[in-house]
Design a protein around this ligand. Structure first.
Ligand code: HEM
Length: 456
């Protein structure tokens, strides 16, 4: 045991140094300048620092590759994750981010088959069809880019979760989830200042999605089909099938985590391509070389396209930090003592912005990843260790394919894509601001005014 009496200035001498924030300061930091503050703390205190707050356990941010390997990659199966508080009203506590040890491992194994290999590749044509539908809805309109990319990725994760549903069932589920996300992200706009009313509204929608999952799980059990490879089918019909309540929690968390993140990455990639004409030109040339052989399988193998996606995930810090892990007992590490209950966070953004790993880190430069695969402690957009994102392979399939299709979509045009836009925090994800918009110009007709002149 170690003596952990506070020092004269009130700080705990056994934790790495770091800032102390009051609750309002923490809120302001998180909502207004999260990433810039982390960078400033890392400059002042070093890449491993502790954030002390009034009401919560000390939280240690780890932005050093060696420390990441030592603290997160070694066997930490008994460490609880603190889950995400933000989405708890939506996903409940019966989901992967709240499980530990054997229970966590069992579900990860159960979910692996539909999230790897052939079942993913089989989603390619569905994604193509989804993009056509979404672009059709956009024609002649103008929407926030993030809403459009979210519509695409939401439709795909619903497909991955439930398989091929009847069209009205698919639309119903997409509609419910869109409403939930709108309420989560724009509570003030949609619900005034009535947090309880808002929670009730969200609760009622969540209940409807949960009922939907229960019905689909029952249908999967009643009529098991050998060709089905969706998540509900795997969970509901496996020999070790979890109880319905848990199936609902897992599916809910996959539906949310499985679309919001990829949507943000896709929006950031499109924005960067708009700013960097050289990158866009090179990508177009690579895609054009495929000619008519632009199948999903061929597309996702293109080296420059994949380099653009990898750089997007590094540069855009879509999920800037991994889940907080809670130390179950006192831990001594590198001259520090972490008391039981300390929260440790892989600070993904800080690693990705280190100039020693990525020279001129602010620059968007896919060249960094062309013919170069950095080690997992230098490049970790999907986190690390036993909690590494289970949807990484799906995201790495979906992102390049959707980007390839959208960059070639005739008439697709970003609006207000000015340099220097900063992402905004929406729960655990950083998304493009709603000021960044997109439209799909209708084909010009003779004598028609140019759509560009008529946009409000
Ligand atoms: C570009 C897209 C994505 C990014 C950047 C991303 C990033 C992450 C990160 C950083 C974590 C935390 C890992 C850690 O703490 O070490 C995570 C966890 C998770 N992600 Fe993703 N993710 C993406 C897409 C997806 C998709 C498509 C799915 C579902 C199919 C998904 C489902 C999850 C789940 C369920 C967890 C919790 C894992 C656990 O607790 O074991 N994510 N993701």
């Amino acid at each position: 045991m170690t003596d952990r009496a506070p020092a004269a200035d009130g700080s705990c001498p056994h934790l790495p140094d770091g800032p102390r924030l009051t609750a309002p300061q923490l809120r302001a930091m998180e909502t207004e300048h999260l990433l810039a503050s982390w960078e400033a703390y890392a400059r002042t205190y070093g890449p491993v620092f502790t954030l002390h707050t009034e009401d919560t356990a000390p939280r240690v941010y780890v932005g050093d590759p060696t420390a990441i390997r030592q603290l997160f990659i070694s066997d930490r199966t008994t460490w609880h994750a603190r889950g995400t508080l933000y989405f708890r009203p939506v996903i409940g506590t019966q989901a992967l981010p709240y499980l530990t040890g054997e229970a966590h491992r069992t579900i990860r194994l159960l979910l692996a088959p539909p999230l790897h290999g052939e079942p993913l590749r089989a989603l390619g044509p569905a994604l193509d069809a989804i993009i056509i539908t979404v672009l059709d809805h956009l024609r002649g309109r103008r929407k926030p880019l993030i809403d459009v990319t979210r519509d695409i990725t939401l439709r795909l994760i619903v497909r991955a979760a439930f398989g091929e549903l009847a069209p009205h069932r698919h639309e119903h589920c997409v509609h419910l989830l869109t409403e939930i996300m709108d309420l989560m992200y724009e509570p003030a706009a949609t619900s005034g200042s009535d947090p309880e009313g808002l929670l009730r509204q969200i609760g009622s929608l969540v209940q409807q999605v949960q009922d939907f999952v229960t019905q689909e799980a029952a249908a999967a059990r009643e009529a098991p089909a050998a060709h089905r490879n969706d998540l509900v089918f795997h969970l509901a019909t496996s020999q070790a099938a979890p109880a319905d309540e848990q199936i609902r929690g897992h599916i809910m968390s996959l539906l949310i985590a499985g679309h919001d993140t990829t949507a943000s990455a896709l929006a950031w990639a499109l924005y960067q391509l708009e700013l960097h004409h050289d990158v866009r030109h090179r990508l177009h040339t690579e895609l054009a070389r495929l000619g008519t052989a632009l199948t999903p399988a061929n597309t996702v193998k293109l080296p420059y396209l994949n380099a653009v996606c990898a750089e997007t995930l590094r540069h855009g810090s879509v999920v800037p930090a991994g889940l907080a892990r809670v130390t179950p007992a006192d831990l001594d590490w590198n001259g520090y003592s972490f008391p039981a209950g300390t929260e440790l966070v892989p600070a993904i953004h800080l690693v990705h912005r280190r100039p020693d790993l990525y020279p001129d880190p602010e620059r968007f430069d896919p060249e960094r990843f062309l013919n170069h695969k950095p080690p997992g402690t230098h490049y970790l957009p999907f986190g690390t260790g036993t909690r590494r994102c289970p949807g990484a392979e799906l995201a790495e399939f979906e992102l390049p394919l959707a980007l390839a299709r959208l960059t070639r979509a005739p008439g697709l045009r970003l609006i207000a894509a000015v340099p220097g836009l900063r992402t905004v925090k929406n729960g655990p994800t950083m998304t493009t601001p709603t000021s960044l918009q997109v439209t799909l110009d209708t084909p010009p007709t003779p004598h028609a005014t140019d759509a560009r002149d008529t946009q409000p």
